[in-house]
Write a protein that binds this ligand. Sequence first.
Ligand code: AHR
Length: 501
Amino acid sequence: MTHHAKIQINTAESGPVISKHIFGHFAEHLGRCIYDGLWVGPESPVPNVRGWRSDLVEALRAIKIPNLRWPGGCFADDYFWRDGIGPTEQRPRRVNAHWGGVLDDNAVGTHEFLDLCEQLECEPYIAANVGSGSPREMREWVEYVNAAAGTLADERAANGRKEPWKVTLWGVGNENWGCGGHMRPDYYADEYRRYATYVQDHPDATVQRMACGPNEDDYSWTEVMMRQCAAPLYGFQPMDGLSLHYYTLPGGWDNKAPARPFDQAGWNEVMALGWRMDELVIKHSAIMDRHDPDKKVALVVDEWGAWYREEKGTHPRFLFQQQTVRDAVLAAINLNIFIDHCERLRFANLAQVVNVLQAIALTEPAGGRLVLTPTWDVFALYAVHQEAMRLPITIETAQLAHVEKSFPQVSATASLAENGQINVTLANTDSVHEVEISMALQGATSKTVQARVIASPELTACNTFDQPRTITTTDLAGVTLSGDQVTLTLSAASVVSLNLS
Ligand code: AHR
């Protein structure tokens, strides 16, 4: 059975700019994300530039990665930045207490990470240690990275980097309600104000301080943080962003579902849980609006994505999981939600880059082959929205349901690029029915339309090292443009992009 949906896009009305930072990524010292993922080391036979795996760098550049968050995650609040500077062979070996107790030899530290960001041409977003650290350590890390002169700038130069990196995005702790110290909101708010005070700006490096925000629907955390940290303190603006973490976790923490196989209920569960992001963003934003009507403080979703049971035969604390087209649709609806709320929601980071959770790529152990996941394809299609102007959109579509949670069949977003082209991205969250779409582009004078689709031969198929492009992006046929009307069919379980020029 074919379903029908109607979409109206007003191309003449102006909207907010979609921050490129909504399309950010996250790399933690966890499992095989950094070591034996991004980092193969300078001596590796795997092609690399100063230790960073070239094919992965290329894959991230291809999707225009705007920022990369590091070093955690839970790891951040147990990380001492001085462990990761100076001659590599003299760096201490530390136990990674959160993620399997493996030894971290600190081969990757500040200089290496910032070299990676330069190779990626993206902005670094560094999460500092609040849980087991001190304001002084954070202040000195910022100074080491950003100062033009002084003792720490001299130390940095002695370690091989004369010019400051001018890193502006700094997180003050991570999940301090949980692995980052199990703090209560009032306590963290006071700690946050103390840390934020000592994090200093340096020439051409005005720091944006990102506070730890709520876990999922902990609205009281947001209330406390906004009440205590959003307003200027004696002329000092303590908080620029408040981070929300929400994972799509079918089955729950104690009984996580595998990435595959799954049945229709399993498909719908992921869609319904994915759509929950919309409710969370709306409710947290409403609290933020009350305290900060001018939207000075950004909502920062700096951890999101699917979290399944680890793949059989892999370390339970390494969080390695496969992906299917279900994850492509999940990524698309999340990005559409972020764009929909982009006045307040100005940063987001998918967890994590490689080999961990909803990665854009997987690699074989010991520097083997690399395979791109369907999530990479989604980020490739969505890159056109970076810094474009969001267009007003209304969608009339069927509602689907999982247990008591309903969610729309069609998710869509539209933007106007600087070159005058209109880009529309759509997802069909229905794993069974295709949907015929009638789209009116009010005010548009486009002459041509190009359409691409991400689809899978089977719902539970995945990209493997032997068959790396089973799920891929191809041209979509059958799209018509007549005047300002577009018609197309979204096959079940698909993600589509339209480019109108
Ligand atoms: O991304 C994996 C973990 O999930 C992070 O370390 C932590 O912040 C979150 O709980």
